[in-house]
Design a protein around this ligand. Structure first.
Ligand code: PLP
Length: 521
């Protein structure tokens, strides 16, 4: 169904597909060995001067053997890292429909702002008097986050969504302690569709987790919550929009019920990007909510690196925000760095959080303005619904063909008896040059496939993506299982044993014969 005219863009004959090359390179797909395999100890890419005469004071601790670290010339080092970087799929290489992760474009304007020396060169141990601009920026970002969520205060220091959950639950624990109820309020309610970090956070904070079943329509019903409420309940952790891509319609009733029972309402706000400018969580009765700057406000998901998960807090929880926090009176902004003399729930990170991410997020917010932020949410929801509507005739929807929020959730009912699984289908997308959607999450849906296109894709890009999915789906229906089983066929590595990689990771490099010596034998 894709372009059949002109020259074929896929290898035509099977013998071409499977031909091995001497180097294992395949044209532009370049192999790269481990740095320990390519490096030599006696090579260095930099000319160092002989050190000035010095007197070693290490005594018996002085190193006698060599470090064994691999040395590379400058071009070898450049090639090594460039080749590795090309093995990554990234939002800069193509559409990245990973549901729940919000892989959207990171505007280059944000990057430029974050590189301004006044921000990028700031050191966390600099005297506070030398960084009024950085504090002002943090204050501005705080103002926007508080305004957009309708909350009282914000803790900026958490460095990821999960870290934000920890911060929020710490404030809840501190508030309960202040009420003298820490011995009795020990239970946290978590819906069974929640992101795994929710129960993990509650457990790590010493709470007992009790699961709330979702209704057949994919949302949590207030009656199910009420059935579990009691004087032992400290809080509920609810995601809205939830991980099925649905808006929790009974959220206000749920908030009222938890408050009436003396508990707090933690909202997992990782999916805030679907509702920014449309609804304020504060108006829904939320007490604490983390915001993933790396999702909603387009800061990069840095390969597990610099995330940022500020937590907004209601009036009831604001006094328990961890240090450091900003205090503004009239003209001056002060940084409160010590918990002593406050009700702060301690400190959760060494310094102040991810400054570079604050700059990027504020840059995104200011360049969009309030109307632009609202438009982004609307477009994210529209795009997800476009994908849903275009695929509904071929793929099955667990909660019926009704509007979703920012992500469309399919299940594997349509794959029944085809010999193709959710995993096979997702892996075949790699051959088509797409990162797979999120699969087998949320757990409440069998063989889940969660697609989040985000607002930053054009209609043309979405159409090509949809046509690709349709082509794959027709292929399933025609019984072309070889396209799926064992896919990806064109990637440098095919099916990895992910279970073994997780259970028995090989973390230590052991020397082996140089590749060229092996080839010569
Ligand atoms: C991404 C996500 C989290 C965790 O955020 P991290 O920044 O990855 O720690 C928590 N809950 C939901 C619903 C998410 O999508």
């Amino acid at each position: 169904m894709l372009n059949k005219q002109g020259r074929p863009t896929t290898p035509a004959a099977a013998h071409v597909e499977h031909r091995e090359t001497f180097t294992s390179n395949r044209a532009l797909q370049l192999e790269e060995a481990l740095i320990f395999d390519v490096g030599r100890e006696d090579v260095c890419g930099v000319d160092f001067d002989e050190p000035a005469p010095f007197k070693a004071r290490l005594g018996a601790h002085a190193r006698k053997a060599s470090t064994g670290l691999p040395g590379l010339s400058e071009p070898e080092a450049v090639r090594h890292y460039v080749r590795l970087s090309q093995k990554n799929y990234s939002i800069d290489s193509g559409l990245y429909p990973l549901g729940s992760c919000t892989m959207k474009h990171n505007p280059r304007l944000n990057e430029r702002m974050a590189r301004l020396p006044g921000f990028s060169d700031v050191h966390p141990l600099q005297p506070v008097s030398t960084v009024p601009g950085a504090l002002e920026l943090m204050q501005d970002l705080s103002h926007w986050l508080i305004t957009l969520t309708g909350m009282e205060a914000v803790a900026l220091s958490p460095k990821a969504g999960a870290h934000g959950e920890m911060c929020g639950m710490m404030t809840i624990r501190a508030a309960i302690e202040a009420r003298g109820e820490s011995a009795t309020r020990r239970v946290v309610l978590v819906p069974d569709s929640a992101h795994g970090t929710n129960p993990a956070t509650a457990a790590a904070m010493g709470f007992e987790v009790r699961s709330v079943p979702a209704g057949a329509d994919g949302i949590v019903h207030v009656d199910a919550v009420k059935a579990l409420l009691g004087p032992e309940v400290a809080a509920i952790m609810l995601t809205n929009p939830n991980t099925c891509g649905l808006f929790e319609k009974q959220i206000v009733e749920i908030a009222d019920a938890i408050h009436a029972a003396g508990g707090y309402f933690y909202c997992d706000g990782a999916n805030f990007n679907a509702i920014v400018g449309k609804v304020r969580p504060g108006d829904l009765g939320v007490d604490a909510m983390h915001i993933n700057l790396h999702k909603t406000f387009s800061t990069p998901h840095g390969g597990g690196g610099p995330g940022s998960g500020p937590v907004v807090l209601s009036k009831r929880l604001a006094p328990f925000a961890p240090v450091p926090f900003l205090k503004r009176d009239d003209k001056t902004i002060t940084l409160v760095e010590h918990a002593k003399g406050t009700q702060a729930a301690g400190r959760i990170t060494a310094f102040h959080g991810q400054m570079g991410m604050f700059v990027r997020a504020l840059s995104y917010i200011l360049s969009h303005g309030s109307d632009g932020l609202q438009q982004s949410s609307q477009d994210a929801v529209l795009n997800a619904n476009y994908v849903r509507a275009c695929m509904a005739d071929l793929m099955s929807l667990p909660f019926g063909n009704r509007p979703c929020m920012h992500e469309a959730l399919f299940d594997d009912a349509w794959l029944k008896d085809t010999g193709v699984t959710t995993l096979d289908f997702a892996k075949a997308m790699i051959d088509e040059g797409y990162h797979p959607m999120t699969i087998y999450f949320p757990l409440v849906v069998h063989g889940a496939m969660l697609i989040e296109p985000t607002e930053s894709e054009s209609k043309a890009a979405l159409d090509l993506f949809i046509m690709t999915l349709r082509d794959l789906a027709f292929s399933v229906k025609r019984g072309e299982t070889e396209r799926f089983v064992g896919a990806p066929h064109f990637a440098p590595r095919a099916r990895l044993d992910e279970t073994r990689a997780a259970r028995q990771p090989v973390l230590r490099w052991t020397p082996r014969k140089p590749v060229l010596a092996e080839a010569a034998e």
